[in-house]
Design a protein around this ligand. Structure first.
Ligand code: ADP
Ligand code: ADP
Ligand code: MG
Length: 471
């Protein structure tokens, strides 16, 4: 164990249970071990072979393969924590990470939840309520309904004032799921009932709210860290390259943003986080309309985010370590003036999907794996040669992160690394990502949240794409 200058680097946390899987479970275990914390990894029946279970000090099975029988069951997780003598739980992202009841249950069981309190989550994790909190804090929101919409009639009336096209959003949605576009009253009428039923089935909450659709906007989000009293920001990330409203390429800092707008965005995020006395790591997401120089709050994610490494690369701060330290009772050790940006970082999400089959997730066994190296590169993954990807969970295989002094250099480094990376046995999005590094609009930073789908529709997805990854 390496020596720490701080004798209790993790405060009250000695044994941390990781209530997640995949690459983020690996990421959390690494941060915990560096802090001298023992780790316990939960896993479903399908996940006995996963890397995080091999790296953790201990492992414990929590149920059948389907997430709703394992990773999504608070009782199963808490029972595992009790049986293994854990004193804290890290929820990662997805699954129970933004479930306020789970946070409360964890605290009520006498354990530490690595994240904000259930109350903060109830205010900020529910997307419709978070809009209200933003309005109260004076942060601009997208024009839309004041909260959840009661029924079709109310939706139709409100839509007249909001204007079409508009989005129907599930208040409990996430990961790009639970969002529908309505272009006129007839569509709204059909979609409303459908969307509410789906939201009830998918998220256990039928709540739907409305937002005006902001075309050709950029997705810009601000990372915050709080200890319940002080809150700081770690500047912004841009995640405008999306497919089906899911990010696939993220950067820090944003590709091109006036300093004035950057400051206003970061200040707005801080005001919102301060208003709820935020504790832990969180992200305040905005849409930025370049033509109007206007930005709008869309949601806050009260957890660690998939794309957190790009912020780590440009600030030098380990966000997962910070969130564990804060949960362990430490005050925020960083001041706003300590946060400095150096260079540019880009993350590419590598998914087990077949671009030739409209990006259908394809599970399988990894045969060979070559991970690129060299300066300024990082690969966060749960892959190893021989690993069989189970079909039950999401398709993220890993995140390749490239850092360099400037954005053009970071893109070149990413292209070089994508060419070098070799994953065989499962189809991956590597060829698509490599093509993106060469796209003129991407190089110029002239993209918006609809750009990738327009670009994909405009090209025939044929051989060049599939061959592109082979040097
Ligand atoms: P980030 O905002 O961190 O980039 P995403 O929005 O892509 O992350 O979501 C992170 C992960 O969590 C994804 O695996 C996504 O499928 C999952 N996720 C997020 N919110 C929900 C939710 N409400 N229900 C189900 N899955 C979710
Ligand atoms: P999720 O919880 O699934 O992450 P968000 O509300 O963050 O949902 O939205 C996901 C993505 O959907 C955004 O990054 C953006 O591309 C698109 N989007 C969301 N709201 C709007 C809007 N009002 N107008 C245009 N696009 C939007
Ligand atoms: Mg979002």
């Amino acid at each position: 164990m390496f020596e720490m200058t701080d004798r209790k680097p993790a405060g009250r946390i000695r044994r941390l249970l990781v209530a997640n899987r995949g690459e983020i479970a690996v990421r959390i275990i690494r941060a915990a071990h560096e802090l001298g914390i023992q780790t316990i990894q939960v896993h479903s029946q399908a996940d006995g072979d996963m890397l995080a279970a091999r790296l953790a000090g201990e492992r414990i099975e929590i149920g059948p393969s389907r997430a709703n029988k394992s990773y999504l069951r608070p009782e199963a997780i808490l029972d595992a924590a009790r049986r293994t003598g854990a004193d804290a739980i890290h929820p990662g992202y997805g699954f129970l990470a933004e479930n306020a009841e789970f946070a409360d249950m964890t605290e009520n069981a006498g354990l530490i939840f690595v994240g904000p309190s259930g109350d903060i989550m109830r205010t900020m994790g529910d997307k419709a309520r978070a809009r209200k909190a933003a309005e109260t804090a004076g942060v601009p929101t997208v024009p839309g309904s004041r909260g959840v919409v009661a029924d079709v009639d109310e939706a139709l009336t409100l839509a007249e004032a909001i204007g079409y096209p508009l989005l129907l959003k599930a208040t409990a949605g996430g990961g790009g799921r639970g969002i529908r576009l309505a272009s006129n009253p007839a569509e709204l009428k059909d979609l409303f009932i459908q969307a509410a039923a789906e939201a009830r089935a998918a998220f256990g909450d039928p709540g739907i709210y409305l937002e005006r659709f902001i075309p050709r906007a950029r997705h810009i989000e601000v990372q915050v860290l709080g200890d319940g009293e002080n809150v700081i920001h770690l500047f912004e990330r841009e995640c405008s390259l999306q497919r089906r409203r899911q990010k696939i390429w993220e950067e820090a800092p944003a590709a091109s943003l006036d300093d004035d707008i950057r400051q206003r965005l970061c200040r707005s995020a801080l005001e919102l986080a301060r208003a709820v006395r935020y504790r832990g790591a969180g992200t305040v997401e905005f849409l930025y309309d370049e033509n109007r120089r206007a930005f709008y709050f869309i949601e806050m994610n009260t957890r660690i985010q998939v794309e957190h490494p790009v912020t780590e690369m440009v600030t030098g701060i380990d966000l997962v370590r910070e969130m564990i330290r804060i949960a362990g009772g430490h005050r925020l050790s960083l001041r706003q003036e300590d946060i400095r940006l150096t260079g540019h970082a880009i993350e590419c999400r590598i998914n087990a999907e077949d671009p030739a089959l409209d990006f259908t997730p394809v599970p399988g066994t990894v045969e060979t794996l070559h991970i690129p190296g060299g300066p300024g590169l990082r690969f966060d993954t749960m892959l190893y040669p021989g690993y069989t990807i189970p079909p039950f969970y999401d398709s993220l295989l890993g995140k390749l992160i490239a850092w360099d002094h400037s954005r053009p250099q970071a893109i070149s480094r990413m292209a070089r690394a994508l060419r070098e990376m070799r994953i065989t046995g499962v189809p991956t999005t590597l060829p698509l990502l490599l093509e993106l590094t060469g796209a003129a609009d991407v190089r110029e930073g002239a993209v918006h949240t609809g750009w990738l789908e327009e670009w994909l529709a405009s090209k025939t997805l044929d051989l060049p794409l599939e061959k592109a990854a082979c040097p």
